[in-house]
Design a protein around this ligand. Structure first.
Ligand code: ATP
Ligand code: MG
Length: 417
């Protein structure tokens, strides 16, 4: 894409009302636009990052045989009344609205009950099972506080997956496969080494649910981790979990973290409440085993913006960067830059070509602020040597690369995962 076609203007200063670093940076660099507290729009730059994160998650969910679908943002009250969760006392984050005839509707804060309701139409025999489905959807939550930028939105994108099984064992096996898939996701996103599977409260069936917590100063949670980082427990279940694991609480040290994912087993509890049954081989009717698996897509983007940024701006990894290359020029080399822009695109490299008539320093500042992994600069000086200048966002020094070596060199440094 050409920079002149990107409507975005970067900003020197962060908006005064924004306290979260992720939102300050993402707004300054032109990735998000703040509509109101906890409500952000994503620009052409921002949506590319969101889509790249989604694609990694999509590939890993497909790999464990889950089928992508999309539910609706508007929901029927009766679906939630079956489990008592339409009640504001039970769920305090609902945004509710009404049709013209005054009948109530809800804006989806979750899709657990909605998915079960839909699957009831299709899944009725042991022959139909097991099943797993997932979606990327907007969730609406009337959060009390929303000061963490896109890490806590009142409107945000979640990946939610649901699996259905005839036996507890089958559910356990799938659940374990989902944990491994989640680990691959966080590795590919570049935060695997800082992300832990933790024991958390809230399991309806087993005592604990599992959360994926990423060590991050801007997080809202506290995690207790042992020295070799093999055990991680949420603060809220510390006593229970350490007792269960047979470890001494004092061996675990607190760190600040952000919840990027949460997975639950429901056992048959929800199915029984919602009459989600199947007919077994012997003709008997039995309730199904359910589990759900969430990842906060936009929260993950915020966490990465927080963790990987520096004083010049964002620092994306190639796997989720909006563009892999920021192409800039010094002096009158437009024709050569245009040729390189085209040939890089033909080679499958995503390029943001800064074709604006502005000072080179401004182009470089934007390349850094936007966090594009590789900056390539052309000038009469570099072209005299049949070369261009390469600079990784993570390095301070540029290096000269022969024009004939560009493709080879790119493959080496932009390895996607
Ligand atoms: P939290 O404890 O942070 O409020 P939660 O336990 O209510 O989150 P879940 O219902 O388990 O969240 O949702 C699945 C995932 O969606 C979470 O692990 C988190 O990554 C993300 N998420 C939850 N609430 C928000 C929000 N308000 N903004 C952005 N992402 C969110
Ligand atoms: Mg949670």
């Amino acid at each position: 894409m050409k920079r002149s076609q990107l409507f975005i203007k970067t900003q020197k200063d962060a908006p005064a009302d924004e306290v979260a670093k992720n939102a300050q940076l993402l707004i300054r660099a032109g990735f998000v636009y703040k509509v109101m507290a906890g409500v952000y729009a994503y620009t052409p730059l921002g949506i590319r990052v969101v889509e790249n994160i989604k694609q990694i998650v999509r590939e890993e969910m497909n790999a464990i045989n889950s089928g992508e679908l999309i539910m609706t943002a508007l929901q029927r009250p009766d679906t939630w009344q079956e489990t008592g969760r339409w009640d504001d006392e039970a769920v305090d984050v609902w945004f509710k609205t009404k049709l013209k005839d005054e009948s109530p509707l809800g804006l989806a804060w979750s899709h657990e009950e909605a998915i079960v309701e839909m699957m009831k139409q299709h899944v009725s025999s042991y022959k139909d099972l097991p099943q797993s489905v997932y979606q990327f959807q907007t969730k609406f939550r009337n959060e009390l506080r929303s000061k963490s930028g896109i890490m806590r939105g009142r409107e945000f994108v979640m990946k939610d997956m649901y699996s259905v099984h005839t036996t507890s064992d089958d559910c356990d096996t799938y659940y374990d496969a989902a944990i491994e898939a989640y680990k691959r996701v966080f590795d590919r996103l570049g935060i695997g080494d800082k992300t832990f599977v933790t024991f958390a409260s809230g399991g309806a069936f087993t005592k604990f649910s599992h959360e994926f917590q990423t060590i991050c100063d801007a997080g809202e949670d506290t995690l207790y981790v042992n020295a070799d980082q093999t055990v991680a427990v949420n603060e809220e279940v510390l006593d229970d979990a350490t007792k269960e694991l047979g470890i001494d609480k004092t061996e675990l040290k607190p760190v600040t973290s952000a919840e990027v994912g949460n997975i639950f087993k429901f056992g048959t509890e929800k199915s029984e409440k919602m009459d989600f049954m199947y007919t077994d081989k012997d003709g008997s009717r039995k309730p199904l085993y359910l589990a759900s698996y969430g990842i906060g897509i936009t929260r993950v983007m915020g966490v990465i913006a927080e963790m990987m940024s520096d004083d010049k701006g964002l620092v994306w990894t190639p796997s989720i960067a909006p563009f892999q290359v920021y192409l800039a020029t010094i002096g009158d080399v437009d024709e050569q830059a245009q040729n390189l822009y085209e040939s890089l695109q033909q080679a499958g490299v995503s390029v943001l070509y800064d074709d604006r008539d502005v000072r080179p320093g401004d182009k470089f500042a934007d390349a850094d602020l936007m966090g594009i992994p590789l900056r390539i600069v052309l000038s009469p000086k570099t072209l005299d040597k049949d070369s261009v200048e390469f600079k990784l966002r993570t390095q301070s020094e540029a290096e000269m690369v022969k024009t004939s070596d560009i493709n080879h060199k790119l493959v080496e440094i932009l390895k996607k995962d």
